[in-house]
Design a protein around this ligand. Structure first.
Ligand code: HEM
Length: 419
C-alpha cells in the first residue's frame, strides 16, 4: 500500500518525488491517519475544481477532524473554551458566519461580487507606481548591506505593506500584521496545528479583532477609498455582512495577500539561482520576467494543495469517496503532471504555462491573482539584474514549516565569489 500522509512535514524539503509516485501509482489516495483523500493528477484536480456541487468549499468543521480526534473530549472542550475567551468570538458565530473561501454557489458569488470591486484590473494597475516605489525602497536598504536576506528585506515587507495600504490600515504596523498572519497560517497548516498552537492562534485572532473593531466603526461613520470601506458598504447589500463576517474577510485578505506572494518571490529567486541558463535568459531579455512568475507558480507552487468536502458519495478514477470526506486537491502535484506539461520537473521560463493551477481553478480562482502577478513582476524586475552577481550565502535551504504553504523562510544572498 502507498504510504503518504499530507499533514506531515516528512516531505517538506522536496515534496516532488512523492507527488510523482502518487500520480503514478495512487492518483486517488486515501491517507488513513489524516483521514483525507489526495487527488494528484492534473485532469482529476481540474474535474474536482469544476464540480462544486459535489466537491464543496465548505470544509469548515470537517477539516483536520482526525487531528482533533487525537485529543480527549475534555481537553477539546477546554481548548474550545480558552479559544472563545481569547478571541471573544461566540461559538454560534464560529459556525454560522460566511467566509468567501468557504462558501459555494450564490452566497459565494454575492460575496465575491462585493469584494471584486476592489480588485478589478484597473484598480490593481493603479497600484503599480506605489508597488515599484516600495520595491525600490526595499532594494535600496538591501544594497546597503554586504549580505541580505531576500525574504526579510523584500519578500515579506512588500506584500504585507501593499495589502495593509489597500485595506486602509496602518502599514507601519506591518510587523503585527505579519505576526498575526504567520501565527494563523502555522496554526492552520503547520506544526502549531497540533496541541498548544491553538492558543497562539486564538491570541492572534483576539488581537486582530480588537485592532479592527474601531477601524470598522470609523469607516462606517466616514467611508474612504479602501477595502475596509468596501466591506462595510456591503452591509447595505441584500445579505449584509455583520461585524464578524467583516473581520473574517479582513483576515482572509490579510493572510492570503501576505503568505503567498512572499513565497512566490523566494521560490522564484531560488529557482533562478538553481538554473543559471534561465537566469541568463531573463537578464538578457527582461520581458521574460512574466514567464519567471508563471513558471514559478507552476514549478514550485506556494499553495501546495487546497481542500474540498464531498457533498455526496463520489467516484474518481474508479475509486469511491464517501460523502463528507475531505479531498485534498494537490495543485503542486498536478502542475508537475507529465500528461499535461512536457518535461515538468524542468524550470523553463519560456514554456507555455497556460492552464497551470498555482492560483487555483474555477469559481474560487485567486481573487488577488493580478495583484500577486504585479507585485512579483515589480520585485523581480528590480532584483533580476543584480542576481548574476549574487549567490546563496549558505548552500543549506531553509523552508517554512508548513505542509500547505511552500516557501523559503530565509534566503540569504551575498556577493558571488570569484571562479
Ligand atoms: C502568489 C500569490 C498567490 C497564490 C499562489 C494564491 C493562491 C490561491 C489559490 C490556490 C486560491 C484558491 C483557493 C481555493 O480554491 O480554495 C486562492 C484564492 C484566493 N486568493 Fe490567492 N493567491 C495568491 C495571492 C493572493 C493575493 C495577493 C490576494 C489578495 C488579497 C489573494 C486573495 C485570495 C482570496 C480572497 C481567495 C479566495 C477566493 C474565493 O474563494 O473566491 N491571493 N489563492
Amino acid at each position: 500500500m502507498f504510504d503518504y500522509e499530507p499533514y506531515s512535514n516528512a516531505h517538506e524539503d522536496d515534496p516532488y518525488p512523492v507527488y510523482a509516485r502518487l500520480r503514478a501509482s495512487a492518483p486517488v489516495h486515501y491517507a488513513p491517519e489524516s483521514d483525507v483523500w489526495c487527488v494528484s493528477r492534473y485532469d482529476d484536480v481540474q474535474a474536482v475544481l469544476s464540480n462544486s456541487e459535489v466537491f464543496k468549499s465548505k470544509t469548515q468543521g470537517f477539516q483536520q477532524r482526525q487531528l482533533r480526534e487525537r485529543g480527549s473530549r475534555l481537553s477539546q472542550l477546554r481548548m474550545a473554551a480558552r479559544f472563545m475567551i481569547k478571541t471573544r468570538i461566540p461559538p454560534w458565530k464560529m459556525l454560522n458566519s460566511r467566509m468567501l473561501i468557504m462558501e459555494d454557489g450564490p452566497i459565494h458569488r454575492d460575496m465575491r461580487n462585493t469584494v471584486n470591486r476592489g480588485f478589478t484590473p484597473r484598480r490593481i494597475q493603479a497600484w503599480e507606481k506605489r508597488i515599484r516605489e516600495l520595491v525600490d525602497g526595499c532594494m535600496a536598504q538591501a544594497r546597503e548591506k554586504q549580505r541580505f536576506d531576500l525574504v526579510e528585506e523584500l519578500a515579506i515587507p512588500l506584500p504585507v505593506t501593499v495589502i495593509a495600504e489597500m485595506l486602509g490600515v496602518e502599514s507601519e504596523r506591518f510587523l503585527d500584521f505579519k505576526r498575526w498572519s504567520d501565527t494563523i497560517i502555522s496554526g492552520a497548516t503547520g506544526p502549531a496545528a497540533f496541541g498548544e498552537g491553538g492558543e497562539r492562534v486564538a491570541a492572534a485572532l483576539g488581537e486582530m479583532r480588537a485592532y479592527l473593531a474601531p477601524i470598522v466603526r470609523a469607516r462606517r461613520a466616514s467611508p474612504r477609498d479602501d477595502l475596509v470601506s468596501v466591506l462595510v458598504a456591503a452591509e447595505h447589500a441584500d445579505r449584509p455582512l455583520d461585524d464578524h463576517e467583516i473581520f473574517l474577510f479582513f483576515l482572509l485578505l490579510l493572510v492570503a495577500g501576505n503568505e503567498t506572494t512572499t513565497n512566490l518571490l523566494g521560490n522564484a529567486t531560488d529557482a533562478l539561482l538553481d538554473n543559471e541558463d534561465q537566469l541568463a535568459k531573463v537578464v538578457r531579455d527582461p520581458a521574460l520576467v512574466k514567464g519567471v512568475v508563471e513558471e514559478t507558480l507552476r514549478f514550485d507552487s506556494p499553495v501546495q494543495f487546497i481542500s474540498r468536502l464531498t457533498a455526496v458519495d463520489a467516484e474518481l478514477r474508479g475509486v469511491s469517496i464517501p460523502a463528507n470526506s475531505i479531498v485534498l486537491v494537490m495543485l503542486a502535484a498536478a502542475n508537475r503532471d507529465p500528461e499535461r506539461f512536457e518535461n515538468p520537473d524542468c524550470f523553463d521560463i519560456e514554456r507555455d504555462t497556460r492552464g497551470h493551477l498555482g492560483l487555483g481553478f474555477g469559481e474560487h480562482f485567486c481573487l488577488g491573482a493580478s495583484l500577486a502577478r504585479l507585485e512579483a513582476t515589480a520585485a523581480l524586475d528590480a532584483l533580476i539584474p543584480a542576481l548574476p552577481n549574487l549567490e546563496r550565502v549558505t548552500p543549506q535551504r531553509e523552508f517554512l514549516d508548513s505542509y500547505l504553504i511552500r516557501g523559503r523562510s530565509r534566503l540569504e544572498l551575498g556577493p558571488r565569489s570569484a571562479g
